[in-house]
Ligand binder design. Sequence first.
Ligand SMILES: [Zn+2]
Length: 340
Amino acid sequence: MRVYTHPGCELHINGNSHVETPERYPAMLEGVEKAKRRGANVETAAPVAPAPESALLAVHEAEYVEALKEASASGGGYFDPDTAAGKRSWEAGLLASGAAASAVDGAMEGEASFAVIRPPGHHATRSRAMGFCLVNHAAVAARHARNMGADRVAVLDWDVHHGNGTQDIFYADPNVLYLSVHRGGAFYPGTGYTDEVGEGEGRGATVNVPLAARAEEKDYAAVFSGVFGPVLREFSPEVIVVSAGYDAHRRDPLGGMRLETESFGRFAAFLSSVAEDVGAAPLALVMEGGYDLDALADSVAATIQGAESADAPDWKYSGARAARDAREALSPYWDSLREG
Ligand SMILES: [Zn+2]
């Protein structure tokens, strides 16, 4: 596993006493160290270069990019009650996106790669910051993969929140498949229903599976085996970007779900195995949320170990309701969901 990061990711400050705190950054790095101590083969690349502004402009509107830059330059400001920029946030955003793009490069060179970064990005839409997110790093990574010659790119988002921003950016794009499992209903940000399947040529290339609060690994296993596995195999991406959030961990203060630390290792092992089967590059992971610092560190370690593991979990789809509803909504677009 190659780790791409930059200490500048600690410089972003999102308002006062916010859960998306700079302390998350050393916790993530502690997770990387834990994986190393347990024998994982981890190579930390030299601090990454910032993404060029053009990489942000490829996924965000120019007016918004300018507003973000100005907010930082003028000392900071709030975009919504949960989302502020500080004076170093522009710099941190470029560095985090630079790491995400580098993780794609690492993956395309044949090494599983992890952009260990903050702030998270998947709520940032084309035109606005929201939900602690300023720049959509996973979208920058996916666009970078396309620019580097990948015809089909998948973004799989296991953060507890729906990645409305990533969905927004690629909603009409048939070449970037967005798949998300998240806590649904009235939970933030209130999107990600199964009938949000994409638009125009992108119809079918957005896959949403909302779960009820308190979901456990078995509920996620049904989604991976019954929906994500079949769709990914049929789509056959060349690159899989993972929006790796850890706020569905049972100890997370925001998520309300019941995943275990090891669940994330099994997600990574499952996806690594799919990537290998379809001939995709190894995973390019991009950090999203996760607000219990110990759970975050432990889960990052588990993810790194899982991505290296040769044993994919043997999960069988058995008709669980959330997965069944998603299969039904998406079956017009995917042959594999009409089988079995
Ligand atoms: Zn989240």
